[in-house]
Design a protein around this ligand. Sequence first.
Ligand code: IMP
Length: 434
Amino acid sequence: MPGIVIVGAQWGDEGKGKVVDLIAEKADVVIRFQGGNNAGHTIIREGDEFKFHLIPSGILYPGKTCAIGNGVVIDPGVLISELDGLRRRRIDTSGLKISANAHLIMPYHVMLDTAGEAKLGKLEIGTTKRGIGPCYADKAARLGIRVQDMLDPKILRKKIMAALEPKRQLLRPFERDPALDLHAITEEYQRFGHRLEPHIADTAKICWDALDSDRLVLFEGAQATLLDLDHGTYPFVTSSNPVAGSACVGAGVGPTDIDEVWGVAKAYATRVGAGPFPSELFDDVGKMLRDRGHEFGTTTGRERRCGYLDLVALRYASRLNRLSALVITKLDVLSGLNPIRVAVRYRSNEGAVLTEFPYHQTVLHGSSPEYEDLPGFSEDISECRTDDDLPQAARDYIRFIEDFVGVPVNLVGVGPGREQMVRRGAQSGSLPAS
Ligand code: IMP
């Protein structure tokens, strides 16, 4: 059985959680490989709503191994409250495994994230203020605190002491006396360590063992390709690499362990936070997409910016991840919209036609999209389950995406429920029976 990576192919919030939840049923291991509690997944299971920020979506299957890989940054307080929430609802959490090498988000990371945004003023990135960037910065600077450190009080104290002084200096312009008490933080993280100890494990080995015995490992991406630290719209990006290649580093497997890469994209586009978004709409269509698509952030509750599907950006994402399949979500939201517009190229400030996503930020900032108009549909498609159930215009829309991007669409989301998916093509063979 293969290693399958699921990634976001736009700016996040594409509905990856639902896709992971679907495939997780067949998987032996589900592992997250980057990001932290800046992510947010909502899963609806038999009418019950579950929101996750850190725990892999597969946790709803009793006893399934759900791992938080070394590439994730973990806020242990948030993780413990998610665990408590699941236990209160009598969900078995014994399958949760946490990499001993994952880095911890510390109180000063959250403070620095907020202070950093305040300092940028109008130029702010619009981060989730969960401390993600400062935590990854400490990891790279080798000042990070890792999960395993919580189990050794002496080491923990030493490392926090080393990390703390530069933070005090950085925070001083914002708070005269930042509440950073070495003793209190050490004690708190030691307590977190005791609570999480039964879950701490060698998560890379868990993946190797599963892959070696031909079992399915699902690598669950968070955020999305255009928010990638290297390939996204820098600096308006997150501080990790949400592209598929990063599953190897963030989980501890090799490139040849990956057999399939599924990219998830909405039938339109959204973005939260600042940064370029060529096909953004400021009109009634944008408002309609926001209202009908309930486009408000799971993590911060912020309104999402909405726009038409951008195929130039999607093809770029497809190539960066070498997608083997696409999942198009929320097609039902487009019902009643006629025509449906899709961006097929950009026009630069100087009038040049751009068929590729521009690598130069100045060019991207000055680019406007050019659209192709496709016929809309007005039917309620929420009960459709096969390609043949879909109205012709909806089928043609999906086919247009496939042809443009050059990647088959194996699933189409037609509603928020787990079962509200149209299964298409041979690729959906990796899925459990509906
Ligand atoms: P950070 O990841 O909190 O540092 O935020 C950096 C950028 O990524 C901001 O524009 C956020 O809005 C965006 N971002 C982070 N996580 C998500 C997500 O899960 N969905 C969508 N956008 C995200």
